[in-house]
Design a protein around this ligand. Structure first.
Ligand code: SAH
Length: 261
């Protein structure tokens, strides 16, 4: 790791933080996989029923109450079973108001931040979206309900493969996952109507800007220690840049740093 790169806190710290922040826990969540949970087919398993209340509370208290307004976005968060995207031992706190560890030193963002970024993308059902940083696949699942096609790139092979299998098993058939360095985007599938970056690069990657369709929006956390969530919009007059929110994301790393030593 280069000097200046920040290292995410150890999992245990995250767990303790999450437990202390979480005002309620879910009782007896089923562990491991179940073969239902296909939200897209409309099948409503008892597992989904049991966790519905936790999702509803998450949407009302963490999202709607803090200004997320788009009804399609709120509905997507009611439908995606977030607990399926975190390791079994922390499923009970999956709906907590905090980021959670997903293994290999990575985290799934706080629900509010995922919702804020999703809303900022202004998705239409016909859109094609690129996500950088598949992680657990949670954000990709939300995007899959709001857009036509989702392309997602993850640099850590084990995370990407796991997320790909999970999304497929859950029926999110409009998501494609690729292992690689998201810095260069997905040129064969470009241009995109929306691009969301869920790890922080020091500057906006030029290849991603080039893969944005006219009218397209990109939401990206930019910076090293101090990060800002930026929205870029490609208009007839060029690129419009808005600063949306101060944030704290894991750094976007170049491929060389991920190579096995
Ligand atoms: N969107 C994810 C959370 C992402 S955490 C979710 O919903 O769970 C950030 C992710 O970005 C991590 O999984 C990390 O491995 C990945 N990442 C970091 N640098 C990257 C790069 N250059 N290309 C692709 N993915 C990268």
């Amino acid at each position: 790791m280069k000097p200046g790169r920040c290292k995410p806190p150890q999992s245990l710290t995250w767990l303790l933080m999450a437990f202390s922040l979480f005002p309620y826990t879910l009782s007896s969540l089923p562990q491991g996989r179940s073969d239902s949970g296909n939200e897209r087919s409309g099948v409503d398993s008892s597992e989904l029923q049991k966790t519905r209340e936790a999702r509803e509370r998450m949407v009302n208290e963490q999202m709607a109450a803090r200004g997320i307004r788009d009804p399609r976005v709120l509905e997507a968060f009611r439908r995606v079973p977030r607990h399926r995207f975190v390791p079994p031992e922390i499923q009970a706190i999956a709906y907590a108001d905090s980021p959670l560890p997903i293994g290999l030193g990575q985290t799934i963002s706080q629900p509010y931040i995922v919702a804020f970024m999703t809303e900022a993308l202004e998705l239409r059902p016909s859109d094609r979206v690129l996500e950088i940083g598949t992680g657990s696949g949670y954000q990709a699942a939300v995007l899959a309900l709001l857009a036509r096609e989702v392309y997602s790139i993850e640099i850590v092979k084990q995370l990407g493969k796991q997320a790909e299998a999970r999304l497929k098993q859950m029926g999110y058939s409009n998501v494609r996952v690729r292992i690689g360095d998201g810095y260069y985007g997905w040129p064969e599938a470009a241009p995109f109507d929306a691009i969301v970056v869920t790890a922080a690069p020091p500057d906006v990657p030029p290849a991603l800007v080039a893969q944005l369709r006219p009218g397209g929006r990109m939401v990206v956390p930019v910076g090293r220690w101090v990060q800002n969530l930026i929205r870029l919009r490609r208009t007839a007059n060029g690129l419009e840049r808005e600063s949306l929110l101060p944030v704290r994301f894991v750094p976007m790393v170049p491929e060389a740093e991920r190579m096995p030593r």
